[in-house]
Every structure is written in C-alpha cells, then in structure tokens.
Design a protein around this ligand. Structure first.
Ligand SMILES: [Fe+2]
Length: 434
C-alpha cells in the first residue's frame, strides 16, 4: 500500500466532514424540464435540509411566531419555532412584543422549557444565568467567584452577553419574526394580495383576536411535502371524502389558485357550495371517495355563516412556514415546523374574535373538527404524507411530475391544477441556487 492509498482510507477530518454535505449539494442537478419536475432527493438529503434552514428560516424571510392575544400581560410568553430554532415570544414590561432566541448566551442550553406561561425573568436551568423580558443578561451566580477563587474576568460585560433578539413585526395581532437584517418590511415581504388576505382573515383591522385553542401533531415527513399539500387543490376533492361528500369543497366549486410574488406565496379561494352536497353531475363520476349515502347528524359542522360578506373560503400559504386557514367559520393558523429532513411538526392555533357571540364561537369550534391531527379532513393528509416519506426516501433519484394544469405558474380558475406547487418550486430553486 502506498502512502497515498493509506490517506484515502483514513477517516475524514472534522473540517472535511463538516464540508461534505455542502460539496454533495454542489453536485446536485435539478431534472429537466425544471419547471414541472421535482427530484425526490430534496425530501431526504440532510445537506439540502441544512441549506433550507439557512436560506428560508434564518435568511430574509418573515416567520410566523404566534398571536398577540396569546400573551396579553407583561411577562406572558409562548414558546415557538423559527425553523429548527426555538424562540420565545414574550410581552415586555413596556407592552411591546419581543421574540428572543430560546438559547442561553452562556452555553447554549434551552432556557424556557414550557409551551406557555408568565415569568418575571428567564433563568437558565443549567447555570442560573438570568435575563429580563428584553433578553438582557441580568445576572449570573458567582460572578466574582467563591472564597476568593474563580469567577468571571474583571472585564466581563453583562451587556455583551444577552439573548439573541429577533426583529419583530406585528399585523392585526399576528406576530412575525426574522433573524435576518435583510428581510424587507413585512408589508413588502407579503405583497399586496397576501396582506389584503391576512387583513381579511384577522377581522379587517378593527377586531381583536380571541384564542380558541390548539392542536399539535408530529408529521413523519419532510416539511415540503406538507407545504406542497397546502398548495394542492387537485388532491382536495379526491382524497378528502368528507369535503366532497358534504359539499364544502368539490371539483365543481368556483375556485381560484393564485401564486403571488413569483410563487413565494400561494392562494386558494373557493366559493362555498353547500347546494352541491349530495348532487351528482359530470365531475362526481370521477370522485371515488364521494359517499352519496352518507349523512351528517349535524349539518352545522359544514354549514358556515357568511361572516366576511364574500361567500368565500380563502386559504393561503405564506412562505416559509404558515398557512392561514378558513374552512367554513373555522379560522386557524397552521404553523409548519421542520424538525429534520424526514420529520416535521404542525401546530394549529384556532382563533375567533372578541366580539363573536356564543353561537359563532360554538360554530367555529364545531367546524374546527375538520382540522387537527384527528380532523375529518386533515387526518387524510397526515396519512398520505406518512406513507409518502418512505417512498421518496427509498428512491432519491426518482423524479416527480407536476404538469397538471400547464407548465408555468400563472393564476388559474380550476382546482385541477398544480400551478401553486410549480410556483413554489420556481421560488425555491431560485433561492436555493438549484
Ligand atoms: Fe389535503
């Protein structure tokens, strides 16, 4: 064996190992025609996942964090996530909303372990360093050592060791945060159309949101499989037996799919069509999941009151992590939290408005049964994606096809389209350099 041979058999150095995923990434080639193909390796490659976290979650994007009504009083906090990074949204002494990285400035341990609560300050369980509600380091045990020994150097400055503070923007009670100084103002990031819809979904500016509750679930799938699902009207009337059987959403529903800002965000708007419930026509012949002999004991589950005055259900996906949901009168924010290349979490926040009467609150809660981990509709998505992950992981060189409804990402007025998915990947490839 020559000396050069022996070199190739040695384990890579730490530096080489750290760079390995990046160099693998440089070898990746998106399949052609790029606009309508998706390579399966994006759902399992750890190097891709790592770059996505940097580009979309730590990069110049606004991430949903929570609702202001979840933290009414100074010291009230809620833990949340920006990608894989834990953050805490907390109401400061001055009433402002702060978003702090949930990571002790000392040794990086997680400070806050509870989902929600109220505190005077945050104290790290590990070495008891404590921080105020703005993230400033208040104090630490044994700053000057003990019995004349140890302690911090004389020039240690507490002001240099605070928690990392994220930039925060709020709009109609919804809180967004970003790690990046380069993220444009929230209004520009969302764009006019999405901003208008966020305004619509949150009561038009004059109303105060009211928290109704939470669902959380783990999804054994890559985050982009869920993001695709949330921009995929084609599956909605095929997979979701409940939707098409009870008429809330069917292929013959008046529908618009609108990618915005080059595919960054995606809108799905439909007109409520209770009148089609149980009706047979040209489209129902292809709907194997329509159970025409099924009846609901309580039709209020699918019968909305037209509270926004436009008879529409508008669901939209805001890059990278939040989905505004309106199903009937059930309003919720679906927060998509990537955990690893093959694991995600979904955190649902259900809300209404302070001025809702009892009947409206009951209707919202009843209709919320369509969503969440055991939701009449949402459970189908979790099942399909759980089965999809092993198949995309097992065949990373396989290529998926998204040509339904064309090859570009123009707005379309049919559910039988993958225009929103093509739009998303156009934006994704540009940002990822793929
Ligand atoms: Fe679905």
């Amino acid at each position: 064996m020559t000396s050069s041979d022996s070199t190739t058999l040695e384990a890579p150095s730490c530096a080489q190992a750290a760079q390995a995923p990046v160099s693998m990434l440089a070898l990746r080639r998106w399949p052609e025609p790029a606009g309508t193909r998706i390579p399966a390796w994006i759902y399992s490659d750890p190097a891709i996942f790592q770059r996505e976290m940097q580009v979309f979650f730590e990069g110049p994007h606004w991430n949903f964090v929570g609702l202001e009504c979840e933290i009414e009083q100074p010291g009230a906090y809620k833990r949340s996530w920006v990608g894989t990074r834990s953050v805490v949204m907390v109401r400061g002494e001055d009433g402002a909303v702060n978003v702090l990285e949930n990571r002790c400035a000392h040794r990086g341990s997680q400070l806050c372990w509870e989902s929600k609560g109220t505190v005077k300050d945050f104290t790290c369980p590990y070495h008891h360093w404590s921080y105020d509600l703005e993230g400033n380091l208040l104090g630490l045990p044994f700053l000057r050592g003990a019995m004349g020994k140890g302690g911090m150097p004389r020039d240690f400055k507490k002001s240099e060791h605070g928690l990392r503070r994220l930039r925060v923007a709020t709009f109609n009670g919804v809180v967004w945060a970003t790690f990046s100084e380069e993220t444009p103002p929230l209004e520009d990031y969302l764009g006019e159309e999405i901003l208008g819809l966020v305004n619509r979904a949150t009561g038009g500016g004059g109303k105060k949101l009211r928290l109704l509750g939470y669902n959380r679930q783990l999804l054994p799938s890559n985050w982009k499989l869920y993001l695709e699902n949330s921009r995929d009207p084609y599956h909605a009337t095929l997979l979701h037996s409940f939707f098409l059987t009870f008429g809330l959403l069917r292929t013959d529903t008046a529908f618009k799919a609108v990618p915005t800002l080059g595919g960054r965000h995606g809108i799905m708007a439909s007109t409520y069509s209770a009148s089609t419930a149980g009706q047979q026509n040209e489209v129902t012949k292809e709907l194997a999941n329509l159970k025409s002999d099924f009846r609901l004991e309580d039709m209020e589950v699918v019968k909305p009151v037209d509270e926004m005055g436009d008879s529409s259900m508008i669901n939209f996906s805001v890059m990278p992590s939040i989905f505004f949901q309106q199903h009937g009168n059930s309003l919720a924010l679906r927060h998509l939290i990537p955990k690893s290349a093959s694991q995600s979490e979904l955190a649902w926040t259900h809300y209404g408005f302070e001025d809702d009467d009892e009947a409206m609150t009951r209707r919202r809660l009843k209709q919320a049964n369509l969503m969440g981990p055991a939701g009449y509709v949402a459970i189908d998505d979790s099942e399909v994606l759980a089965k999809m992950q092993p198949s995309v992981e097992g065949a990373p060189d396989a290529v998926q096809v998204v040509t339904m409804g064309g090859v570009d990402h123009q707005p379309m007025d049919t559910m039988i389209t993958e225009t929103l998915i093509r739009g998303f990947y156009s934006y994704y490839r540009e940002r990822m350099g793929l």
